[in-house]
Design a protein around this ligand. Sequence first.
Ligand SMILES: Nc1nc2c(ncn2[C@@H]2O[C@H](COP(=O)(O)OP(=O)(O)OP(=O)(O)O)[C@@H](O)[C@H]2O)c(=O)[nH]1
Ligand SMILES: [Mg+2]
Length: 326
Amino acid sequence: MTDGDARIAALFEAQSPRGLARAISRAEAGRGAALMHRFFERTGRAATIGLTGPPGVGKSTLCSGLIGIARARGKTVGVVSVDPSSPFSHGAILGDRIRLSEHFTDRDVFIRSMASRGHLGGLAGATGDAVALMDAFGLDVVIVETVGVGQSEIEIAELADTTLVALQPGSGDSVQLLKAGILEVADVFVVNKADHPMALQLQREIRGMMEMLDFSGWVPELVATQARDNVGIDRLWDAIGRHEIYLRESGELARKRRSAFAHRVRALVMGRLEARVSSRVAALAQQGGDPYAAAETIAEPLERVLPDATPMAPQAAFVTASVKGL
Ligand SMILES: Nc1nc2c(ncn2[C@@H]2O[C@H](COP(=O)(O)OP(=O)(O)OP(=O)(O)O)[C@@H](O)[C@H]2O)c(=O)[nH]1
Ligand SMILES: [Mg+2]
């Protein structure tokens, strides 16, 4: 641990928000390994909530409402607001400044905006570390807000205990939902802007789509809200609570956390290998030749030092043998 890390760790230990902020910055810069190592064993206590949906659906407004309820119940809250579109777009961040402003002066609410592109491991990387650090810091509830753009919903579901997918009426959201395949990742659907005349129509469409799927275990709930007027947020909070209880009682929470762990380790390893593999590929591309031979040059030594971790099951060995005609 460097002197810089040690200073941050001391601030973090002393429950200074600056310590948390600087630890997250460290992680964002790809230099968070020592701090993560130090604090990881404290993680696993926070209830983590992913909040995703198209631009302008009301995610930040919903988030503000959820913070309000959590604080009323005496819980401390962390928010990670991710803009996956571009490291240079400050649109969403500006929105947060306005929408979450009433909570900025609350010492028990820690809000952090970050751009995810360009970070090792994308959303899962920098955001995952921020969530883990907030959790380790002792915040009770950690909310991750991110605009739904394809891959990010899937990654947020991987990261959070409970995933909220927010949609708005009159925007063709339900069709988009089917296309993007995010129906499967939602634990709770939020139809926000329920004051809109098409709100009931959207709720019917979502229910219709859910009938086409087979759910084993948790069946996603659907909650209508008017976040701007703080209507329905209590019902949303209760739905999140029911999902948390389900996760604990079914054993799904432990499974989810193992899967998140695997996802994270995989992203870290792949991230580190990626740079090396790419530079080798670039060198080989100069030489030409056939791609299979080039790939063999890179992959074969890796495979030798990284043998398959699972010994081949007898069944599989038999199949391989018969395929070979033995
Ligand atoms: N009519 C109506 N407008 C709402 C409601 N909730 C939020 N809005 C408005 O919708 C706009 C967008 O809200 P945000 O909370 O910034 O939405 P967002 O999803 O966080 O937006 P991005 O982060 O930019 O993707 C704001 O003008 C809100 O006031 C609602 O229930 N009804
Ligand atoms: Mg927002």
